[in-house]
Design a protein around this ligand. Structure first.
Ligand code: CU
Length: 262
C-alpha cells in the first residue's frame, strides 16, 4: 500500500484502495446465530463509509460516539465519517454469510460474516429500551460561537495545507476558546468547499441541525464528532477540565486536514 497523496488528495482527503478491518485485509467475522453487537469505528483517514448489508438486513443502532440511545433505531444504511463511532445490533439468527458493504454508489466489501451455530449468542432478543437518555441541552447554552472550517488554495500553493479554523491554522501555542467548566455552548459550524468531520476533545454534544434540517438518525444521540456538510449546529457540554498548558483540541478528522503539511 502506497501513501502518496496528490494535492487534490490533500484537499479532499486521501482515499486508499484496500479496506482493512482491525488491520486485516479480507477480514471475516465468525458470529453466533443470534443477535450480535458490533462496535464500529471509522478509522479510515478520509473515507466516509455508508454501510449496509448485501441482503438489506437492518442494523439496530444502540449507541453513538458518547453514549446509548433511549431505544434501538432500525437503520438500512449507516453513515460513518472518520472518527465517528456507532454500536449496532445485528440479527444473524437465520444464519448465512452476509457481507457488510459500503457506498451504494460504488459498492465495496467491508466485512464478511460467517455464522457458526456452535457458538452461543449472548443476546437473544432485541431490547425495547436501553438505558440511554441523551440530555436535552436546548436553552442551556450560555454563549454562541461561530466555527468556520476553512481551506484555501492560496495557502496550499504556498506550501502549507491551507487548512484553518476561523481563518487561523493550527498553532500548538495558541488557545482559541476559553470555555467555563460545566457550561453548555452553541457552536454554529460551517464547512467551506468540502464536508469536514469535526471533532472536539473532552466534550459530549448534541446535534441540533444539519443544513437547517433535523439531524440524521445517526446523529440523534451523544456525539463528539459530526460531519459538517455545509452547516451544522451543535450544543456542547464542557465537563472535562483543561488548562492553558494542557488544552483540549478541536479539529477536522480527515487525516490530511489535521495539520499543515510541510
Ligand atoms: Cu477536513
Amino acid at each position: 500500500m502506497v501513501y502518496d497523496p496528490s494535492m487534490m488528495d490533500v484537499m479532499h482527503g486521501f482515499a486508499g484502495n484496500r479496506m482493512l478491518v482491525n488491520g486485516q485485509a479480507g477480514a471475516t467475522a465468525v458470529v453466533p446465530a443470534g443477535i450480535v453487537r458490533l462496535r464500529l469505528l471509522n478509522g479510515s483517514n478520509a473515507r466516509i463509509h455508508t454501510l449496509f448489508f448485501d441482503d438489506t438486513r437492518s442494523m439496530h443502532l444502540v449507541a453513538t460516539d458518547g453514549g446509548y440511545l433511549p431505544a434501538p433505531l432500525a437503520l438500512d444504511v449507516l453513515r460513518l465519517a472518520p472518527g465517528e463511532r456507532a454500536e449496532i445490533l445485528v440479527d444473524f439468527a437465520a444464519g448465512g454469510a452476509p457481507v457488510l458493504i459500503s457506498d451504494p454508489g460504488q459498492p465495496y466489501g467491508v466485512l464478511q460474516f460467517e455464522t457458526d451455530s456452535t457458538l452461543t449468542a449472548r443476546i437473544t432478543r432485541l431490547p425495547d429500551q436501553i438505558d440511554g437518555a441523551p440530555e436535552d441541552l436546548s436553552g442551556k447554552e450560555i454563549r454562541t460561537r461561530q466555527v468556520s472550517l476553512d481551506m484555501g488554495m492560496g495557502g496550499m500553493m504556498m506550501g502549507g495545507g491551507g487548512f484553518a479554523i476561523n481563518g487561523r491554522p493550527f498553532d500548538m501555542n495558541r488557545v482559541d476558546f476559553e470555555v467555563a467548566l460545566g457550561s453548555v455552548e452553541r457552536w454554529n459550524m460551517r464547512s467551506t468547499m468540502v464536508a469536514h468531520p469535526f471533532h472536539v476533545h473532552g466534550v459530549r454534544f448534541r446535534v441540533v441541525s444539519e443544513n437547517g434540517a433535523l439531524p440524521r438518525p445517526e446523529n440523534t444521540g451523544w456525539k463528539d464528532t459530526v460531519l459538517v456538510p455545509g452547516e451544522a449546529e451543535i450544543l456542547a457540554r464542557f465537563d472535562q477540565p483543561a488548562s492553558a498548558e494542557t488544552p483540549l483540541m478541536f479539529h477536522c478528522h480527515i487525516l490530511e486536514h489535521e495539520g499543515t503539511l510541510a
